[in-house]
Design a protein around this ligand. Structure first.
Ligand code: GLU
Length: 455
């Protein structure tokens, strides 16, 4: 059984980089008809929080990255890690170290001054101690070589590697140990993660070897940069995946865009999730870093909204309608309204805002626009009279009436259209006034016109 995993540390929300890593690991599993595992790496008790766990689960859930196993928590597996650490100690592949922080600091400074790599000097290696931190006795010779699926062949001299700490003073195991034990025990075949971990991989490979375990494959994803060329971070604006939901993005638009950060397939930009699963290959991922661009993401969102089914839009809209306190009524039919709005709205926030005029009455207009468009009441009065007489309340007929008024008064379309638009919407945010008027309905449209005339 092929298995991939996403293994976040719950020290913050699910951010764009994490979401892409999770998505690529998820795609890979789907592609192989394998399994996708979600593992919460929470052994760093000081930095891990339940709020972060919840935020990560919520993000994964919103993106629709369903997992077959998990969420598994490393804190449930302390006994297993202890057992492995003891095993390494027994085999003399690990040892206790009692070096003080002060000694290590002095050592580090000395080595750095000499222009050498700041590595532990092995002071406690042969002391046979029984307390302190536990260090892995990294091989002192030879080379670690691995073939990264994305980055290609990578080799590191063991002399470069430290005797890394695998258990802290308080007995809690560290990341490099737990990740190896878990990936082995959970039978993970491929480790897909950000390339910020690439320096950990040789250390982990040595651990696999010391434990006599079969090696998984590794695929390290290139970094995501902000448009200023610096690694994407909070400085670049909305980073949490849920902030994108709040801003009106569709999860599949975000995923589509994330897939394009590092992966490409000809010139095609828009893919359905199924298409991505079909076409995606890890080996086609760029080695170089990718740039995150908000405007591009917005474009993906607009296109995805346009091509989305009304049903999908409605299910994603629910949260926004609740958030904005909008209650949908029987008329106009919400499906017709959404079908109309999907061609003009870039975000669901946008869509929810525009939905309001169909279902909510208002008692005033945008001040600035009203001053501008309601100054001359004559076009509005004419329009009201003509529309009152209109029997067939359909967009085409409404449009004819507007044209007719323009003709009679010998004025341009804007002189009638703009005030009408503001009257119908309250804030001027309406597209085709004829369609909007049809959907708002005759009664309401006329009432709003009267209100505009009285303004
Ligand atoms: N827990 C690590 C992190 O959040 C990821 C570990 C891994 O994927 O190997 O950065």
């Amino acid at each position: 059984m092929m298995k991939s995993r996403f293994a976040p540390s719950p020290t913050g929300y699910l951010h764009i980089g994490g979401a892409r890593t999770a998505f690529f690991a998820w795609i890979w599993a789907k592609k192989q008809h394998g399994k996708f595992v979600l593992r919460i790496e929470n052994t760093d008790l000081e930095r891990s929080t339940q709020a972060s766990v919840d935020a990560i689960l919520q993000g994964i859930d919103w993106l629709g990255l369903n997992y077959d196993e998990g969420p598994l928590y490393q804190t449930d597996r302390f006994n297993r890690y202890k057992q492995i650490i003891q095993h390494l100690l027994d085999e003399k592949k690990a040892y206790y170290c009692e070096c003080s922080k002060k000694r290590l600091k002095i050592l580090r400074e000395k080595l750095t001054k000499q222009g050498k790599k700041a590595k532990y000097d092995g002071c406690c290696r042969d002391k046979n101690l029984h307390n302190g931190v536990v260090r892995f006795n990294n091989p002192k010779e030879g080379v670690v070589v691995f073939n990264d699926v994305v980055k290609g062949k990578i080799s590191i001299n063991n002399q470069e590697l430290d005797d890394l700490i695998i258990a802290r003073n308080d007995n809690t195991p560290t990341y490099n140990l737990t990740v190896v034990v878990d990936d082995h025990d959970m039978k993970i075949n491929i480790i897909i993660r950000g390339d910020d971990h690439i320096n950990n991989t040789p250390k982990q490979i040595n651990l696999y070897q010391a434990l006599g375990w079969h090696l998984p494959e590794f695929a390290h994803l290139p970094m995501i940069l902000g448009n200023d060329g610096i690694r994407l971070s909070k400085r670049h604006g909305a980073m949490s995946v849920m902030a994108y939901r709040d801003a009106g993005f569709l999860p599949e638009a975000l995923l589509n865009y994330l897939s394009r950060l590092g992966w490409s397939y000809g010139n095609q930009e828009i893919f359905s999730i199924n298409e991505i699963v079909k076409l995606f290959e890890l080996k086609n991922i760029n080695k170089a870093s990718a740039s995150f661009n908000q405007d591009k993401l917005l474009w993906f969102n607009k296109e995805t909204i346009k091509s989305s089914s009304v049903k999908n839009l409605l299910s994603n809209l629910t949260w926004h309608l609740q958030n904005q306190g909008i209650t949908i009524k029987d008329t106009p039919n919400i499906e017709i309204v959404v079908r109309y709005l999907q061609n003009r709205c870039k975000t669901l926030v946008n869509m929810a805002c525009e939905l309001k005029m169909f279902y909510q009455d208002f008692d005033t207009f945008d001040e600035k626009l009203a001053k501008k468009f309601f100054k001359d009441k004559i076009p509005l009065k004419h329009l009201l009279v003509e529309l009152e007489m209109l029997n067939t309340w359909k967009a085409d007929n409404i449009k004819e009436v507007v044209k007719q008024v323009c003709f009679e008064l010998n004025i341009g379309f804007g002189r009638v259209g703009e005030p009408f638009r503001l009257a119908l919407s309250g804030d001027g945010n309406a597209g085709g006034i004829d369609i909007v008027a049809e959907l708002v309905g005759k009664n309401k449209a006329l009432l709003r016109l009267k209100m505009a005339i009285d303004f």
